[in-house]
Ligand binder design. Sequence first.
Ligand SMILES: Cc1cc2nc3c(=O)[nH]c(=O)nc-3n(C[C@H](O)[C@H](O)[C@H](O)COP(=O)(O)OP(=O)(O)OC[C@H]3O[C@@H](n4cnc5c(N)ncnc54)[C@H](O)[C@@H]3O)c2cc1C
Length: 436
Amino acid sequence: MEHDIHVIGGGLAGSEAAWQLAEAGWRVRLSEMRGGGDTTPAHHGDSLAELVCSNSFRSDDAESNAVGLLHQEMRALGSLILREGDHHRVPAGSALAMDRDGFSAGVTAALEAHPNVTIVRERVDTLPDTPAIVATGPLTAPALSERIAGETGRDALAFFDAIAPIVHRDSIDLDTAWFQSRWNKGDGTDYINCPLDKDQYHAFVDALLAGEKSEYREWENVPYFEGCMPIEVMAERGRETLRFGPMKGVGLDDPRTGRWPYAAVQLRQDNAHGTLWNIVGFQTKLKHAEQVRLFRTIPGLEKAEFARLGGLHRNTFIRSPELLDPQLRLRSRPNLRFAGQITGCEGYVESAAIGLLAGRFAAAELRGEVMAPPPVETALGALLGHITGGAAAESYQPMNVNFGLFPPIPGRTKKADRKKLYTDRARAALAEWIAA
Ligand SMILES: Cc1cc2nc3c(=O)[nH]c(=O)nc-3n(C[C@H](O)[C@H](O)[C@H](O)COP(=O)(O)OP(=O)(O)OC[C@H]3O[C@@H](n4cnc5c(N)ncnc54)[C@H](O)[C@@H]3O)c2cc1C
């Protein structure tokens, strides 16, 4: 079949993008290498949209949870991934979990049956010159990765992530922590500093060394690069290593003592809204519960709420905030859109959501129109905005959807009411956008 657009990768994002395009009347060639003699180290079968690990799309609560809200928005836009998720739902409290085989089989059957979709089981090794969506995921095949790196520049394509935890700004105690750049460089508000005295520092190092760590998968082969080494590995090198690395206190004047602290933890602004701050140099393989427990022992972070916890994984993603335009097109080669985890979003639902947007943007473009991006107050718009410019490009790392990506609610609000205010505002904004 002749096609109007080529979607490369039949995972969560590529399947959703192909569906949106096909439903809009465009003929899609969907290339998936599994089933054509290739696979990835994480996939087990040949079905489209395979869930490689857990069988959950996380919370389905659209009133007080950002991923639940994203589900709701995707349903409103005719998402195939959500339709099949709902259809194959299994009991999981307030989460949306599904029978994984039924789910993937359902997505595959829907796309196979669609008259506008041709599924080709082939590995794609080059970047097309015609309209295409690249949705090849965290384990993109090596030859195509090479081509992408050739287009984006090698530094702008990562093969591993090194994620430091991110804290919601309004959960940091600024009676203890303070704004200052080391040696007063910058404009004085670039960093938030949390001071530790000698006992606190050594207790922190002990807890770090004793803390339970996640195991790497055998095939991941995550190397430790100087500059993004896990903090627990640095601590193993010697008790003082962190104090001369990411926890150094020199050049920071604690306003409460007028002196440099024995050690310090620094947080740097992570998004344009200023709502999210990342703990500088704190990439870690500690288990998530351990991270929350341990990082809350840091003075100033006792009540920290985490938008993202740390991790290190094999992953393939581009530096989207500088490479992609707001329509998910590669600035240097606008016939190509990127979608899914390769854009630096994280997780099944976020990947499918970006696939949905890429499909809709491309469908509009094929009609000779430009689709306005969803409003930044919606979960779709907040995630898209983060990927395509809201996030700091130089420290860009994979991100789940969370309320820290949304523009803050203006005025003073009770914390207990805030989530509902976000979701009510999002629903109103989405309805207006759909109507327009
Ligand atoms: C080990 C592991 C565990 C994970 N666990 C979870 C979890 O528990 N929960 C969660 O939400 N997320 C998890 N993730 C992340 C999740 O897998 C991704 O967010 C999601 O699958 C990304 O969707 P995607 O469509 O971008 O990529 P994928 O779903 O990986 O789809 C990409 C597709 O492209 C194909 N492909 C690759 N290269 C080529 C090529 N050159 N030509 C043709 N086809 C190609 C692949 O075979 C694959 O089918 C995990 C990821 C990994 C690697």
